[in-house]
Structures are given as C-alpha cells and as structure tokens.
Write a protein that binds this ligand. Structure first.
Ligand SMILES: [Zn+2]
Length: 123
C-alpha cells in the first residue's frame, strides 16, 4: 500500500503537474493557494511528513486558524494553475477563404464597379 487510505494522493505526485495545495476553510469556505514545495518543506521541518504525505492529510497539519473567520477546520485539495504552455483545448485555426475565391470575388467587384458607368453610357 503506497499511502494510507483517505489521506489523498501523495504530494510528490503533484510536482509533475506543477500543482499546489488549495486550503479551504470549512467554516467560511475561504481558500488559499499554497505552492507545493514550501508545504512539503514545512511538513518536513515540523516532522509531520514529507512529499509522501497525502494531500488531504495536509489539512490536519494546519496550525493557524482561518484569518477570515478564525475557524480551525480545513480541507485540502490539489490546485492546478493555468498552464503557461497553453495546453488543453484550443480552437482550431480559422479556415480562410481560398486564394482562388479571393481572386474571383475581386473580379466580380471590379465588374460591378464598371457596370454603372456602362449603364450611364448606354442611357
Ligand atoms: Zn474561515
């Protein structure tokens, strides 16, 4: 068994995603996004765990009460920042009219521009 049940995915897993830890206050639902490495460093420094600690277990190690409501019950979940590489869904490139169609339409336009003159001359 790689980690204790109910503790969540080990923090080390989120390194490959460039993710962090989102800390929710269960009382007022305020949340704070924490970078992953400092969280791991703090767990190590205080002897609570390390990068193998499950992300959900981190909530149990929060020492300070919520700055907003003073609550001390927290929940932690992974936080994925928007990718700077632009991964994910992107719209396909817009299909422009073919060059041939462009030529055709400009040919029609010049014909139309020329026709009123012809009509006047004929009148
Ligand atoms: Zn709160």
């Amino acid at each position: 068994m790689p980690y204790a049940a109910g503790q969540g995915v080990p923090l080390a897993h989120y390194r490959q995603h460039g993710a962090g830890v989102r800390l929710f206050c269960l009382d007022c639902l305020a949340h704070r996004d924490l970078p992953l490495e400092p969280v791991i460093e703090r767990l190590k420094a205080r002897g609570f765990g390390d990068e193998r600690t499950g992300i959900k277990a981190v909530a149990g190690f929060v020492a300070r009460p919520c700055p907003r409501c003073g609550g001390v019950r927290f929940e932690t979940s992974p936080w994925f920042p928007p990718s700077p590489k632009g991964e994910g869904w992107t719209s396909p490139p817009k299909k422009d009219a073919t060059p041939g169609r462009h030529d055709q339409s400009s040919a029609i336009e010049s014909a139309e521009v020329g026709s009123p003159g012809c009509a006047l001359a004929n009148a």
